[in-house]
Design a protein around this ligand. Structure first.
Ligand code: NIG
Ligand code: FE
Length: 396
């Protein structure tokens, strides 16, 4: 298919299983033997194939499963350099401490716009080929005004979901003066970056010497909020800590990692509108324990899954891999995992136009070379994404 004119309708038919996350199709939100009609870039109708209306164009998926485009709500794909040796050392027993971030900061500062643009573009294309139609991208490997601003400007070429993460770690040149770095982040760096960002994020991890404690993190988030940005938090990755409670306190859309949670953390999330974003490919790539996803779901916490694609803690761009890990390692049902990777990611970005295939949603959909969504976990590592539509247009 080529780009449909705005007023043309597209009928996707022969859908063996439509994972729509639409309560109109019952509690599972799933419909079998289904069809979907898109027009003007949106879903306008879903229902039984036998009752499908006529349309201008037609795509017969011949019994395959259709899921919403994945929403990867956490990535760091603008960077330069390679940390494969750090990964190999970890697999040989070294712990992940976040210390390697400084290596990527040095390489990113030294890289040209074109090198950064090419690297990020390649990763976003890799994501799209694996079914990701919405992606969030963070800064955080610049840690000076010019490079943070550059990272966000380049990220904006690829997505509207950009996040200012100047407070990722304190750079080596200011290790002796954290106060000076906080003043830089909340002052000139924020002023330069806010025009290119929707979100502000902080690595709240008192256990990591170069990351930030609760008071420092609050200061960064509050400055971002005053500059018109919406807060999100990296928290509770390397050990128990204040990240989750801080995220809830400031009304963050999401707290990401949640690897080490106490009962109080789970209770705080349950009483809040903050999504818990789990990044199990990080646990896979750092040999860490997986988060207690069942405790979160059973407590009624909204859960998202994302890749965290970055050169250090997890160099995977694959949402199908994340879904498989969530099922195998964290006890999510396949449907819970797909929901967290789509509607959950949308909630973590406070978006209601993506992540489902309800009428009105953007026609972002993935045709799997499989009869059901279960195959995403049942066939790990297999490239099951056959076709991707974004805004009703075939892009893969
Ligand atoms: O989300 N936790 C902090 N930041 C990244 C990792 C960055 C890196 O190691 O380069 C994360 O895991
Ligand atoms: Fe991250």
């Amino acid at each position: 298919m080529t780009e449909p004119a705005e007023d043309r309708t597209l009928l996707v038919t022969g859908i063996g299983e439509l994972v729509a996350h639409d309560p109109a199709h019952g509690p599972s939100g799933v419909l079998t033997d289904a069809a979907l009609v898109a027009s003007g870039g949106r879903v306008v109708w879903t229902g039984p194939a036998a009752r499908a209306p006529a349309a201008d164009d037609r795509l017969d998926v011949e019994g395959r499963c259709v899921v919403p485009g994945f929403v990867d709500s956490h990535s760091h794909v603008v960077f330069a350099g390679d940390r494969s040796a750090e990964f190999a050392a970890r697999m040989a027993g070294e712990p992940y401490t976040g210390g390697g971030i400084a290596t990527t900061v040095a390489a990113t500062r030294a890289a040209s716009d074109d090198v950064l643009r090419h690297g990020a573009g390649r990763l976003v294309a890799e994501m799209l080929a694996q079914g990701t139609t919405t992606v969030e991208i963070k800064s955080g490997y610049g840690q000076d005004v010019a490079t943070e601003e550059r990272m966000l400007r380049l990220a904006r070429e690829l997505t509207d979901e950009t996040t200012f993460l100047g407070a990722h770690t304190v750079p080596a040149e200011l290790a002796h003066d954290r106060r000076a770095y906080l003043d830089l982040v909340t002052g000139p760096m924020l002023a330069a970056c806010a025009p290119h960002a929707r979100w502000v994020d902080v690595f709240c991890e008192p256990a990591a010497p170069t990351a930030f404690d609760a008071d420092e993190s609050r200061e960064v988030l509050e400055a971002g909020i005053r500059a018109g940005l919406l807060p999100r938090v990296h928290g509770n990755q390397l050990g128990p800590g204040p990240g989750v409670r801080l995220a809830v306190e400031v009304g963050a859309a999401s707290v990401d990692h949640c690897t080490h949670l106490t009962g109080d953390d789970v209770a705080a999330l349950a009483g809040s509108s903050t999504v818990a974003t789990l990044l199990p490919a990080v646990e896979f790539s750092t040999r860490s324990p997986y988060p207690d996803a069942r405790a979160l779901l059973d407590a009624g916490v909204a859960v998202a899954l994302a890749t965290d694609c970055n050169p250090g803690s997890c160099y995977s761009s694959s949402m199908p891999f994340v879904v498989a890990l969530a099922v195998r390692e964290m006890g999510l049902t396949p449907l819970e995992a797909v929901r967290a990777a789509t509607a959950g990611g949308a909630a973590a970005l406070r978006r209601d136009d993506v992540g489902t295939l309800r009428p009105g949603a953007r026609a972002d959909l993935v045709v799997l070379d499989a009869p059901s969504h279960v195959h995403l976990a049942y066939r790990p590592g297999v490239p099951l994404v056959r076709t991707v539509l974004r805004g009703g247009r075939t892009v893969v």
